[in-house]
Design a protein around this ligand. Structure first.
Ligand code: SF4
Ligand code: SF4
Length: 728
């Protein structure tokens, strides 16, 4: 229940927020030096008023009241001087030229306006906290001042009024804000409002943590989808997006530190950073329309910053949710080796802490659930665009597999079965971890682990590695959402990624795969020998297979995910550093799976090679094989099916055991789904040259084009292959 004093202060705070928002709107509309100066003057007056109030409430009495009034009057008197000079200057200009020069450099003006808004908020938060009878600590020196500022920023008087001002400002400026920016600004205001430090008590803390996390997940999905739909941004918009995500990474880290260790400083810093970013944006919203164009898929560094900030925000949000939801399990589990002693020791401890923190969080239920919601939403958006029923079914299975094998079984179900299980456990023999990563390979587990490999082998033999790499594994959920999928263009342009194009298995690829497989064998043998008491060899205190799994899938996987702009998408497949994928690809080599075309002639006449462009693994040599043999086999192909979707003639399909059986039974192929067939060379025209076998990298700018110079289009009625039927 609010006391009358607090209720009164609340009403005053709302009124002040309205006034500040109106002043920000004024400042944003200012076009001359005089109007800008007037806006700044009024903001300074408000700051002076709050400063006087702080003096009074700090030590209420007649003397402090007089002091407060003096200080306020002095600031007001001084700040009126620049306004007077501006007035005189404008008047002279008007007399001399009949007009007034527009406001010159905007950046310093915006900086002063934002600084005054921040000063207002800090002083108001301070004054109101004191007036409400709260305390903000009383240390001296720099540390005391820092603690005071942190206390003010973390208080409800700062956070709630700031959130209200943000929402009001966005509303008042709505007509000048681009649509996308408006949504983002409202979301920022909502997330600011849901600050868990604002009120005491576990109810508000939980509402705020879960609410802010949900808001941030929704915002990230919105931003990612926006990027997918707008390949060309405005330069300022691009900068704002990355900075905002950076601020949210900071905010989530701050909230984690606050909840786990009681330190609120980083959170307070992130709130100030967000506030500065926000008001700097709303003061000149037109810049978001008129800035230089920015084709973000051509800027690897920018895309890397985006991915890094998104991942860091998710990592710390996962850690925050872990601690909030299961404090008994995760609270004590975070590594905390002392960062003291000689520097090599301290450095080693820091690396170990960072490694195990990342591995613990990325393997935790809440992180996986949150990633599932975020990346899963992008997969759902892609599913809606997918034209092929087979691909839609695969994407549906992928979502169900993630929910089942990444979240429900390893965490929730396992926890239900064994309530006292340690943090971050995984069922030792279920799922794509293939028995590695949860415990020592005790002899009792061999049957289950062997069964997992058997199932993997059978599935990969019958349906190709797509059963693992495009359905069961958690990776496809991350890779196949709309925006991340769009980043497959980096496979062709990225400095590292482009060396892994085509189905060629380079020396680097072979070396990487050999090291990964050797590490798997060595770790498994050592783990077994440890389990039977023949050895006692552990890595950083844990079983070698647990370490290996944490290394590859808890840390390296996410490092490489963030590095997509440099290494390309699906780099676990293209670079061969995943042992699960390598095992599955071995079975694929001898299995039924391959890509086939319905009509070789269609491919021979095709000038767009959209299939190669659509491939997220960068298998650019497939058209050459289609033209030569009508089919394509690559151990790197993980059966995403984007190539078949991309073929404008519906000429391509993914063949597996089902097609083999159908052919044996004499059943026809499913009808093509392409709208038109095809580009066929003119009867009198030259025969296409022998099919190229080298990788095909289509020229930039032909994506989505239909047909080409010198070809004649007609719709063919024949769908089934005219070439000799391939062996399936
Ligand atoms: S290669 Fe490995 S990590 Fe990548 S999709 Fe396949 S199983 Fe998953
Ligand atoms: S886009 Fe279609 S027609 Fe063209 S090469 Fe690829 S599979 Fe053949």
């Amino acid at each position: 229940m609010l006391s009358p004093l607090v209720a009164t202060l609340g009403v005053v705070a709302v009124a002040m927020s309205v006034a500040t928002s109106a002043l920000v709107r004024w400042a944003s509309h200012a076009r001359t030096g005089l109007s800008a100066g007037a806006a700044l003057f009024l903001l300074a007056m408000m700051a002076a008023m709050f400063g006087g109030a702080v003096l009074y409430f700090h030590d209420p009495g007649t003397a402090s009241l007089v002091q407060g009034l003096w200080v306020a009057s002095l600031v007001m008197s001084l700040s009126v001087l620049p306004l007077f000079f501006l007035f005189v200057r404008d008047a002279r200009q008007r007399l001399a030229t009949g007009t007034v020069a527009p406001l010159g450099r905007l950046a310093p003006y915006f900086a002063i306006a934002v600084a005054l808004v921040l000063a207002n908020e800090l002083l108001m938060g301070w004054a109101f906290t004191l007036a409400a009878g709260g305390s903000l600590g009383a240390g001296g020196g720099l540390a005391g001042a820092g603690a005071l500022l942190v206390g003010i920023v973390a208080s409800p008087w700062f956070l709630f009024t700031m959130a209200l001002e943000m929402a009001l400002t966005a509303f008042l400026l709505r007509e000048r804000l681009p649509d996308g920016l408006q949504v983002i600004l409202y979301a920022q205001a909502a997330i600011m409002f849901l600050s868990p430090t604002a009120l005491p008590g576990s109810l508000w803390r939980d509402v705020a943590i879960y609410g802010a996390s949900a808001g941030m997940i929704a915002l990230v999905v919105y931003l990612m989808e926006y990027l997918y739909r707008h390949r060309e941004l405005n330069g300022l918009q691009a900068r704002y997006t990355v900075r905002l995500l950076g601020v949210y990474a900071l905010m989530m880290a701050g909230l984690f530190l606050w909840l786990r260790y009681g330190s609120v400083a980083l959170f307070a810093l992130s709130v100030v950073a967000e506030m500065v970013l926000y008001f700097e944006a709303v003061l000149g919203p037109e810049r978001f329309r008129s800035g230089p164009p920015f084709a973000w898929l051509e800027h690897a560094h920018w895309a890397f910053a985006l991915m890094l900030n998104v991942f860091l925000a998710e990592l710390f949000m996962g850690a925050l949710l872990d601690v909030a939801a299961e404090p008994g399990v995760y609270g004590p589990a975070f590594p905390a080796r002392a960062l003291s002693g000689p520097w090599p020791t301290a450095l080693g401890h820091a690396v170990s802490n960072g490694f195990w923190f990342t591995a613990l969080v990325t393997g935790s239920t809440w992180f996986l659930l949150m990633m599932g919601l975020e990346m899963g939403a992008l997969v759902v958006l892609k599913l809606r665009e997918s034209k092929s029923l087979e691909n839609r079914i695969r994407l549906g299975l992928l979502l169900a597999s993630y929910a089942g094998f990444a979240v429900f079984f390893p965490s929730l179900y396992y926890r239900m079965l064994w309530p006292g299980a340690p943090a971050g456990p995984a069922v030792p023999f279920l799922g794509w971890s293939m028995g590695i990563g949860s415990a020592q390979l005790a002899p009792t587990l061999f049957g289950a682990v062997f069964g997992t490999y058997l199932v993997t082998g059978v599935l990969a033999t019958l349906f190709g590695r797509r059963a693992i790499c495009s359905v069961f594994c958690t990776a496809p959920l991350m890779f196949q959402g709309t925006t991340i999928d769009a980043m497959k263009s980096f496979n062709r342009t990225a400095p590292v990624g482009r060396h892994y194009l085509s189905s060629r298995l380079s020396k680097t690829y072979a070396a990487t795969t050999s090291v990964v497989m050797a590490s798997l064998v060595v770790a498994s043998v050592v783990s077994y020998l440890d389990a039977v008491g023949r050895l006692s060899l552990y890595v950083d205190g844990v079983d070698p297979t647990v370490f290996l799994f944490s290394l590859y899938f808890g840390v390296v996987w996410y490092v490489m995910f963030v590095a997509i702009p440099y290494a390309g998408t699906y780099n676990c497949v293209t670079m061969g550093w995943c042992y699960t994928g390598t095992i599955a690809q071995a079975f694929q080599r001898v299995g039924f799976y391959r890509l086939k075309v319905r009509d070789i002639e269609v491919c021979r006449a095709c000038t767009t090679v959209d299939c190669a462009r659509g491939c997220p693994v960068g298998l650019t040599d497939m058209p050459g094989h289609f033209r030569r043999t009508g089919e394509y086999r690559s151990s790197k192909c993980c059966g995403v099916g984007d190539c078949a979707e991309a073929c404008p003639y519906g000429n391509l399909y993914l063949a597996d055991v089902r097609h083999w059986i159908a052919r044996r039974l004499g059943r026809p192929l499913a009808p093509r789904r392409g709208p038109r067939l095809p580009v066929v060379p003119a009867a009198t025209g030259p025969k296409p040259a022998a099919a190229p076998t080298s990788p095909v990298t289509p020229p930039v700018g032909t994506q989505g084009a239909r047909g080409g110079a010198g070809t004649r289009l007609h719709e063919a009625t024949e769908v089934e292959p005219r070439a000799p039927a391939p062996s399936l």
